[in-house]
Design a protein around this ligand. Structure first.
Ligand SMILES: [Zn+2]
Length: 307
């Protein structure tokens, strides 16, 4: 059975208003979430974020670097920042977030994401291991820097020499790009022919209904494929600008519950992957988890077990 994971790249001062509303919707739906936070935001907003997120067991706090500096060259977002800053971006940031929230951080997401995750970034993987991270969620583009990102299984960075670090990729459009909120970027390239043509778009979305429909397409497709998880790429500042009532989240979470999907944070999902001893390295299916989970569900008589 596919697990749904809600997550937010929390990267700018203007995210705070969005996060206030996001927290309300998550509490209403009892929906877990992972907040990938840029540590620098805590210089000014630590009290607000602690009050919103620290004591709620629904929420995981993960790391989105210290300053949102790029840690690899990015085809669209620009060149990587200086390598001597990487320890600050990956290690000091983690420590800072842990100090503010009083709990361990186990996950990391790079700014902007990459089509191969961190496969070509040995120094970043080395720092993740050094920092005691368990997972990255940084494979956020389709092949050849296209969008939307494809629906992929989790994998370990085993071939790169880091078998204890998982990549748990998000999928779909970056919703800020989908809404034309990043004006410096041209409309992104899309694969052609596309393996998922229904998800292609000729122009930014204009309405919440269009966005909800796209979300449903990705969730439905992930369930049909039988992948272990599905997680879309969201940014509080951009969500709030487009949809201040946060009705997109409300409708998307209602749909997730209607389908009867499991819901987890990235950290919880990583713990399940690890405990099932999956050894896939290249994005193949995590068979042991899927078969054991669907077996358990069948015993419970859940009709969605066959979806
Ligand atoms: Zn970001």
């Amino acid at each position: 059975m596919t697990t749904y994971i809600a997550a937010y790249d929390t990267e700018a001062e203007s995210c705070l208003d969005g996060v206030r509303r996001i927290v309300e919707v998550h509490e209403k739906h009892e929906m877990p979430a992972t907040f990938f936070i840029v540590a620098r935001l805590l210089d000014e907003q630590a009290g607000e974020y602690r009050a919103l997120l620290a004591d709620n067991p629904l929420f995981e706090i993960a790391c989105h670097t210290y300053t949102h500096m790029l840690v690899r060259d990015h085809h669209l977002c620009g060149p990587a920042g200086p390598a001597d800053q990487y320890p600050r971006e990956l290690l000091e940031s983690k420590k800072r977030i842990e100090d503010v929230f009083g709990r361990a951080v186990t996950g990391f997401r790079t700014p902007c994401g990459f089509p191969d995750g961190l496969k070509g970034a040995p120094r970043i993987l080395e720092l993740l291991q050094q920092g005691g991270y368990s997972y990255s969620s940084s494979l956020a583009w389709g092949p050849w820097w296209t969008l939307p990102a494809l629906i992929l299984e989790s994998f370990r960075y085993e071939e790169q020499g880091y078998p204890d670090i998982w990549e748990i990729p998000p999928c779909g459009w970056m919703e800020n790009v989908l809404k034309g909120h990043n004006p410096k970027e041209a409309w992104p390239l899309q694969l052609f022919p596309h393996p998922f043509p229904e998800a292609m778009r000729a122009a930014p979305v204009q309405t919440v209904a269009e966005e909800v429909e796209l979300n449903r397409l990705f969730i439905d497709k992930a369930c049909r494929m039988g992948v272990g998880h599905v997680s879309l790429i969201w940014h509080p500042w951009s969500l709030h600008r487009f949809d201040p009532d946060t009705s997109m989240l409300d409708r998307t979470f209602a749909y997730v519950h209607e389908l009867g999907l499991k819901t987890r944070t990235f950290e919880q999902h990583c713990e399940v992957l690890t405990s099932h001893g999956c050894t896939t390295t290249t994005g193949e299916s995590c068979h042991s988890e899927r078969s054991e989970e669907s077996e358990a569900v069948r015993k419970d008589g859940d009709p969605s077990a066959s979806s």
